[in-house]
Design a protein around this ligand. Structure first.
Ligand code: DX5
Ligand code: ZN
Length: 217
């Protein structure tokens, strides 16, 4: 079977040893490095921002997949581009002018992504799907690592896959939240291209082995 792109989420890493954690990801079979930016307004948690992203970017040898869980993300696109983002994902729910915002990301020369919360219908993306490179389906309510996977996500993957095909879009399907060895295979079979995993990687006794295992799902 087609191998998924694995994007471990640094949110679950040991922040006091961030350089070692990133070196581990460099050595591992991870394809991308997922960074969760939370502002305490769009989501009920605050994670880290630009200086930490920049510091990670100096050590990371894999593309940074930056997930902005912030209000008015359009204000910070250039700053995250300069901090090293290769994929920059904004939430549909946080953007009044989603189409313009994805265009602005593209104009920076990086890959635009759009994330949708569990309650947001896939059809919200109808008019931007042809313009974006990644759709991030939230399979938990954003804000925290280690939450339980929402089963309705399988249905959303199927629906999104049809929308992508109909629209001749090249968007990849990313699933974020509650992903681990117990559901990875079924997600890939359903059509997921990118698996984000925080707790399943950094909470494992051997994170490198956990990443390889997810990749073989
Ligand atoms: C949730 C974040 C996720 C989170 C995933 O708001 O967007 O990327 O780090 O963590 P796990 O894999 O532990 O659910
Ligand atoms: Zn995320």
């Amino acid at each position: 079977m087609r191998k998924p792109i694995i994007a471990p989420s640094v949110l679950s890493a040991n922040f006091a040893r961030l350089e070692e954690e990133i070196e581990m990801l460099n050595r591992s079979a991870a394809d991308w490095i997922h960074l969760d930016i939370m502002d305490g307004v769009f989501v009920p948690n605050i994670s880290f921002g630009l200086p930490v992203t920049q510091a990670i970017s100096r050590v990371a040898r894999k593309p940074l997949d930056v997930h902005l869980m912030i209000v008015q993300p359009e204000k910070y696109l250039e700053a995250f581009y300069k901090a090293g983002a290769a994929v920059l994902t904004v939430h549909a729910e946080a953007c009044v002018h989603l189409h313009r915002t994805t265009q602005q990301i593209r104009m920076l020369g990086i890959r635009p992504g759009v994330a949708i919360n569990p309650h947001t219908p896939v059809r919200t993306l109808e008019n931007v799907i042809a313009e974006i490179d990644v759709v991030c389906l939230m399979s938990v309510n954003p804000g925290f690592g280690g939450q339980q996977f929402i089963e309705n996500t399988y249905r959303k993957i199927t629906e999104l896959k049809s929308l992508i095909i109909e629209s001749e879009s090249r968007a990849l399907i990313e699933v974020d939240g509650g992903v681990g060895p117990e559901n990875a295979r079924r997600l890939v079979e359903a059509g997921a291209d990118i698996l984000v995993a925080g707790n399943a990687v950094f909470g494992a006794p051997n994170p490198e082995a956990a990443i390889s295992r997810l990749r073989e799902s």
